[in-house]
Ligand binder design. Structure first.
Ligand SMILES: [Zn+2]
Length: 155
């Protein structure tokens, strides 16, 4: 068993360990709310506002029922926290950003549509991100690593 250490910072890293604006998408990794061994890869494409959410093994998210799931909302929440509303809105090319202040209001301003995208690219970027954080001489616990519940999560 790996000891779970409380996050050092108040940001919800345990919930959304990875978020980035890259490849023309808002994309990232969101922990499952119910199963600690599962993570979801969520993405939202700029301009077209096509979204997708699946497990890192490409199993579709059960929460996608004609609308973005709670993982996409959590991801959008974190993007707003990390990058600020202005930058997220500009990157995603949201025409009407009036009143956007969190993930939910951001998603409401877009005409989103579902379009499957492979999780592998985003997930491998996440793993590289983790490798980058693992500095050789660092003895400080990294909040980004806390979500790893046990061996087997990374292959
Ligand atoms: Zn989902």
């Amino acid at each position: 068993m790996v000891a779970v250490v409380p996050p050092a910072r108040p940001r919800k890293l345990a919930k959304v360990p990875f978020v980035e604006l890259a490849d023309g998408r808002l994309q990232g990794v969101v922990s499952s709310g119910s199963d600690v061994e599962r993570v979801y890869v969520s993405s939202l494409t700029a301009s077209t506002h096509a979204y997708h959410c699946s497990t890192n093994n490409n199993r579709p998210c059960g929460g996608l029922r004609g609308a973005p799931c709670k993982h996409l909302e959590a991801l959008a929440d974190e993007a707003v926290l990390q990058y600020g509303v202005e930058r997220v809105v500009r990157y995603l090319r949201v025409a009407d950003s009036e009143g956007v202040r969190n993930g939910r209001t951001l998603l409401e301003r877009m005409e989103t549509k579902h379009e499957p995208t492979p999780a592998a690219v985003v997930f491998s970027r996440f793993l590289r991100h983790l490798a980058y954080l693992e500095l050789p001489d660092s003895t400080t616990a990294l909040p980004e690593l806390h979500w790893f519940p046990a061996t087997g999560a990374v292959r």
